[in-house]
Design a protein around this ligand. Sequence first.
Ligand code: PNS
Length: 164
Amino acid sequence: MTIRVVCPGSFDPITMGHLDIIHRAARSFDEVVVAVVDNPNKRPLFPIEERLDLIEGETADLPNVRAERFRGLLVDFCRDRDIGIICKGLRAVSDFEYELQMAQMNQRIGGVETVFMSTSPEHSYLSSSLVKEVARLGGSIDGTMPDRVEMALRTRLAETSDEG
Ligand code: PNS
């Protein structure tokens, strides 16, 4: 039996924390679909195509991983692709409350199970929003994301500061 899981998120942009979970999911399950939310009500820093492109670039060495966009409910995405498990990283207790709520809701409305992986300690303080803020304010974000993603972030921040 093929065990297929989804790693969902905004990935705006992908960080070392996300990659840690994706790599470990790829070792633990047969197939991993990285599902990138395309929420028309939110204004992410990176357009959906670029978020997907950055993920594809960083996971090209993992043959059982692919990235896809999704809109609407995650459980519908899972049903359409015959995915029974959501795989998520837990950084700290503070993540747990909301993650538990979502896991219970996804179980209830779609019968989809959630498995949590503990984020590696070296990445447990990381979030895309914090890294973006530090980069925007001129701090060092060394080691928080792959070089290509950091370059894309610096370019995007320069573009958006021109816009503002
Ligand atoms: O990286 P994020 O922003 O923490 O990811 C959150 C995400 C995309 C996993 C979550 O918001 C989600 O699953 N959205 C899809 C809409 C949905 O299914 N909502 C009901 C969740 S119980």
